[in-house]
Design a protein around this ligand. Structure first.
Ligand code: HEC
Length: 157
């Protein structure tokens, strides 16, 4: 009986491998600029942002080897799609001031509270684990640009 269950499970595992995820990255919208191209001082922070956030919040996801293995791959794809829907740094120039300002505020909160990058991600991506200094640098950078958008929002209202 136990043997049959094991064989059954192994078969299911093999069969689900045929349900592949689509790993094509979305095209950048014509004319839209990435957050790192949008702000002039991004070379100070670009690496950190790319390593910690871009796999889920940009059009430039690097898929890890285990993205070939179902059902992990399905779960991963869901995070990526959900992450992009909420915040896509590749579409930054498309965000109106008010939205950009609000997203930056949320970024600060997420990093401060250690909610982002997701723990399930940092387990496999050691380089994305943020130490206190990384967090402080990111937060400072987000804050600096938040004030730019806040000023512009007030000016135009
Ligand atoms: C493994 C994928 C993954 C990584 C890496 C990741 N995020 Fe996320 N992020 C998500 C998902 C999924 C959501 C939406 C669901 C949720 O809020 O948990 C999200 C939501 C957010 C939100 C909320 C946006 C909104 O409008 O509600 C912010 C802000 C955010 N992430 C910032 C970041 C920042 C900053 C980093 C890097 C320091 C980062 N994330 C890294 C997957 C990720």
């Amino acid at each position: 009986m136990k043997r049959k269950i094991l064989i059954g499970l192994a078969l299911v595992f093999v069969v689900i491998q045929f349900i592949r995820i689509d790993k094509t990255n979305p095209e950048d919208k014509p004319g839209s600029r990435d957050i790192l191209a949008f702000y002039p001082d991004s070379d100070t922070i670009g690496h950190l942002l790319k390593v910690a956030c871009y796999d889920c919040h940009s059009n430039h996801t690097n898929y890890p080897w285990y993205s070939n293995i179902a059902p992990v791959s399905w779960w991963l794809q869901e995070h990526i799609e959900d992450g992009r829907k909420h915040l896509n740094f590749s579409d930054w120039s498309e965000y109106p001031d008010r939205k950009a300002n609000h997203k930056l505020e949320e970024c600060i909160e997420m990093v401060q509270e250690g909610e982002m990058p997701l723990t399930s991600y940092t387990i496999a991506h050691g380089e994305a684990r943020l130490n206190e200094e990384d967090k402080a640098r990111l937060i400072r950078w987000f804050k600096r640009h938040m004030s730019t958008h806040a000023r512009e929002t007030e000016d135009h209202d």
